[in-house]
Ligand binder design. Structure first.
Ligand code: SF4
Length: 326
């Protein structure tokens, strides 16, 4: 039986939309709307969706870098939503975030070695001498020269900076890593190297990853399971193999059809979605995907579909019913 590390139940995160007189408004951006999933020890759950789907907000809210509006997040059986400062600090040691732009999270006046040593010392994990040695080992482990300890962030390329970001996250020996679009800003060849590094580190240290990306082809190689998000909701979640063999949700079908296929004979016709993702402050009635869906029915614009289980897929779409299992 797989061990649950993190449980997310009915998570919501709304932001007030400022405007009008006194910058007050009743309109809210519903960035995350009723998201539930479990994260199992040692797995990689890929969280994918277009920009504006709420995937990054979900990642940040789970680590309480943003306060949830509603919902329950549990780590190893303890509620994160209600954690006080001391427990939250210990949770944050065990659950690290890797950002799309590691440069923004590195102090330009600190050498990269100092930036990695700092969290080790602030958590009181070891002496300064040992922290420096550990940092040099970490730099080597992520594919950098240990002498880079003394260099500043601006002296590195995008790929090298992401390796530094990874080394910094590893410094606290975490169990869970939330990686938010960690390769999106990199060249394709560098992307592959960094994804391989994530995979090798997981095999070596047994990390559990929540890997966020807007591109299904990026999460395809690394993920055990995949959750597809659209306008603040998970619309389909299942094992990676099931998702690619038989995607059920029309949105997932469109995303998969957009992945380049090297063998033209195997390639299915690309599904081109019309229009952009609507604003999360004013989502369509009924199914949130209804204004772009090529399989829309009458019910779709009237009734919001619930998440149901169909043949091992969690799916939110009126085309399927739990009973039929079709
Ligand atoms: Fe399309 Fe209807 Fe399914 Fe929504 S519920 S994805 S509109 S078929």
């Amino acid at each position: 039986m797989m061990e649950k590390v993190l449980e997310v139940k009915n998570l919501k995160k709304y932001f007030p939309l400022k405007g009008g007189v006194l910058q007050k408004s009743k309109v809210q951006i519903r960035a995350v709307e009723d998201v539930s999933f479990d994260l199992y020890k040692g797995e990689t759950l890929g969280l994918v969706g277009e920009s504006g789907s709420g995937k990054s907000t979900t990642g940040r809210t789970i680590l309480r870098l943003l306060e949830p509006t509603q919902g329950e997040i549990t780590y190893e059986g303890k509620s994160i939503s209600k954690m006080k400062r001391k427990d939250l600090r210990s949770f944050r040691k065990n659950a690290q975030m890797i950002f799309q732009d590691p440069y923004a999270s590195l102090n330009p006046r600190m050498t990269v070695g100092e930036a990695i040593v700092e969290p080790i010392l602030s958590h009181g994990l070891m002496s300064k001498k040992n922290a420096v040695e550990t940092t040099m080992e970490l730099l080597e482990r992520v594919g950098l020269n240990p002498d880079y300890y003394h260099r500043f962030p601006h002296q590195f390329s995008g790929g090298q900076r992401q390796r530094i970001g990874i080394a910094r996250a590893l410094a606290l020996n975490p169990k869970v890593i939330v990686a938010d679009e960690p390769v999106s800003a990199l060249d394709v060849s560098v992307q592959a190297q960094i994804i391989n590094l994530f995979k090798d580190l997981q095999e070596e240290f047994g990390f559990t990853y929540l890997f966020i990306a807007h591109d299904l082809s990026v999460v395809k190689y690394l993920s055990t399971r995949i959750a597809v998000m659209y306008l603040g909701e998970i619309v389909e979640i299942c094992d990676k193999e099931k998702l690619f063999e038989r995607p059920l949700h029309p949105y997932t079908q469109a995303l998969i059809s957009a992945i380049p296929e090297p063998n033209p004979r195997k390639k299915e016709k690309r599904i081109i979605l019309q229009g952009d993702i609507p604003s999360p402050s004013d989502p369509p009635k009924g199914c949130k995907f209804s204004n772009r869906c090529f399989k829309r029915m009458d019910i779709c614009t009237k009734v919001h579909p619930e998440m149901i289980e169909v043949g091992g897929h969690g799916i939110r779409c009126h085309l399927y019913t739990e009973k039929e299992g079709n």
